[in-house]
Ligand binder design. Structure first.
Ligand SMILES: C[S@@+](CC[C@H](N)C(=O)[O-])C[C@H]1O[C@@H](n2cnc3c(N)ncnc32)[C@H](O)[C@@H]1O
Length: 264
């Protein structure tokens, strides 16, 4: 499934918001949408909606799937510091590319991350960082093996793997079941995917599905284990009637994810 020989082959690319990301030869895909921009996408699709929905929590445990360049983790810390929020945050992030993490100390991040350089340095070297407010753990290994072993209960999941077409094993109904198993009963999940198969996989694991639209951003999905009033609800039963051929992605038929692009 994965091609370790190609793993080290990456190129730096500049996104439309001026921030830098990488292009992965292994997955034949950029780490971020170059149109939405690495920093902008991370803040608008993941960090802002998640922290807004959890604004009453004084402590949050976040699962950041997968670490990559760490934009989601770093943007979370940047945003909390910028707004002087008191929330204590524990971020757990699976990643199987050890070499990438070790190289992050030298990556050219946006100036927004200047004040957290010490955190980037620590994660790049030790795969771990902790102070009074933030604890970050990068869990090395295959996410499908490491996530089920996580003992903490999760409040927020950033589902930000490479696309279902290029990394389907991190988008199946079975993968979402492991997320459901370690999630708190009011957990939320943020993802850029609006594909029918992905929404169905989440819905089949008890998540309510919502459309999320941020300014200057393509639509994305927020899934929640509790009903939310503040977002546009997507009635998946109605969607199934309108699109009877839509199916969630399964581990056993991973080779043919051709209907993934269908938007319900
Ligand atoms: C799209 S990038 C993540 C971008 C990241 N959220 C960021 O802000 O930079 C996907 C990452 O998932 C990692 N990855 C892919 N499949 C994995 C797996 N099965 N287990 C662990 N990491 C995986 C890749 O090495 C890559 O770093």
């Amino acid at each position: 499934m994965y091609n370790e020989e190609l793993r080290s082959q990456k190129e730096i690319i500049i996104c439309e918001d001026g921030t830098k990301t990488l292009y992965s030869k292994e997955f034949d895909e950029p780490y971020h949408s170059t149109k939405d921009g690495a920093l902008h996408e991370s803040l608008e699709k993941h960090v802002k909606p998640a922290l807004m929905l959890k604004k009453n929590s004084s402590k949050l445990t976040i699962l950041d799937i997968c670490f990559g360049l760490g934009y989601n983790t770093f943007s979370t810390i940047y945003y909390i510091k910028k707004h002087s929020l008191k929330t204590k945050v524990h971020i757990i992030s699976p990643e199987f590319d050890r070499e990438l993490i070790s190289s992050l100390a030298n990556f050219d991040y946006p100036k927004e991350f200047d004040s957290i350089k010490h955190i980037i340095q620590s994660l790049s070297k030790e795969f771990f960082y902790e102070d009074e407010q933030f604890k970050v753990e990068i869990v090395l290994g295959d996410a499908r093996e490491t996530i089920p072993k996580i003992e903490q209960k999760i409040d927020i999941i950033y589902q930000d793997a490479f696309s279902p077409q290029h990394n389907p094993l991190l988008w199946t109904k079975e993968h979402f079941k492991t997320l459901r198993d370690i999630a708190k009963n009011d957990a939320i999940l943020t993802t850029y995917s609006i594909a029918a198969a992905i929404r169905l996989g989440l819905y089949e694991n008890d998540f309510f599905i919502y459309l999320y639209s941020a300014e200057l951003m393509r639509n994305s999905t927020i899934a929640s284990l509790e009903k939310l009033d503040s977002l546009e609800y997507i009635d998946m039963e109605l969607k199934k009637i309108r699109n009877p051929s839509a199916r969630s992605l399964r581990d056993c038929n991973i080779i043919s994810p051709e209907n993934l692009v269908v938007v319900l």
